[in-house]
Design a protein around this ligand. Structure first.
Ligand SMILES: O=C[C@H](O)COP(=O)(O)O
Length: 256
């Protein structure tokens, strides 16, 4: 049985004051013992969040990492530094990084490997644009984004990573994939992983991201191949993020 996981991606939002207030309210409202919870704040706040969640079961995640090890890379943050700060997870290949910052499949694979070397779980984000979906290219796009990493790092390194399927057209738009649309891509990903290694396929957690809200979380999380969520906008409000976590957790209890 895969342990469900829910990841908050705060993107470039927050302040020390807002973060403190978020955690105060979130910790009171959340009741999700049967799933892993990860918070990915902006980099300057990693230490603040780490200190606040130290005695809780919440995990710390980064939104990005440098593709190179330590050295002369002005403005960048290495995987070793993230590990030093207590990060257990790190997003890579988010569509905002691929599209706005021109991240290539090669740089994403390099980041993946550096994270593994530092015992940080990579959360590999994949997803199609609206045009690609309309051209019936969804599976081809998503599977090739995954394969480019597997071919570069090897299937053994891929074990225990997390995949986040996020249709680009649903991110921050309020347009959520239907549970059936999301399940169909998640199943295609899992079946594809089987062609590499059946243990990896059954153990890899595949989460859905894209306008997940408390109102649509239960239907999405009840799909057999959706193991949780990557939450943007709705993770900025303590009450709505706690509600989504609680939905995932109670869903997992029913399935046990
Ligand atoms: O990383 C999170 C995703 O991009 C989803 O963002 P959203 O929930 O605001 O649509």
């Amino acid at each position: 049985m895969r342990r469900p996981i829910i990841i908050a991606n705060w993107k470039m939002n927050g302040s020390r004051e807002k973060n403190t207030s978020f955690l105060e309210h979130f910790l009171t409202a959340v009741n999700a013992e049967t799933c892993d919870i990860v918070i990915c704040p902006p980099l300057p706040y990693l230490s603040q969040i780490q200190q606040s969640i130290e005695i809780t079961a919440i995990n710390l995640g980064s939104q990005n990492v440098c593709q190179y090890p330590e050295g002369a890379y002005t403005g960048e943050t290495s995987a070793t530094m993230l590990a030093d700060l207590g990060c257990q997870y790190c997003l890579i290949g988010h569509s905002e990084r691929r599209l706005i910052f021109n991240e290539s499949d090669k740089s994403i694979a390099d980041k993946f490997l550096l994270l593994k070397k530092n015992n940080i779980t990579p959360v590999l984000c994949v997803g199609e644009t609206l045009q690609q979906r309309e051209n019936n290219e969804t599976e081809q796009v998503v599977l090739s984004q995954i394969d480019s990493v597997i071919h570069s790092v090897g299937i053994n390194n891929f074990i225990d990573s997390v995949i986040a399927y996020e249709p680009v057209w649903s991110i921050g738009t309020g347009l959520t994939a239907t549970p059936e649309q999301a399940q169909s891509v998640h199943l295609a990903i899992r079946n594809h992983l089987k062609t590499h290694n059946s243990q990896t396929a059954s153990g890899t957690r595949i989460v859905y991201g894209g306008s997940v809200k408390p109102e649509n979380a239960a239907d999405l999380f009840s799909q057999p191949d959706i193991d949780g969520g990557l939450i943007g906008g709705a993770s900025l409000k303590a009450e709505s993020f706690a509600e989504i976590c609680n939905v995932l957790s109670s869903n997992a209890e029913v399935m046990h």
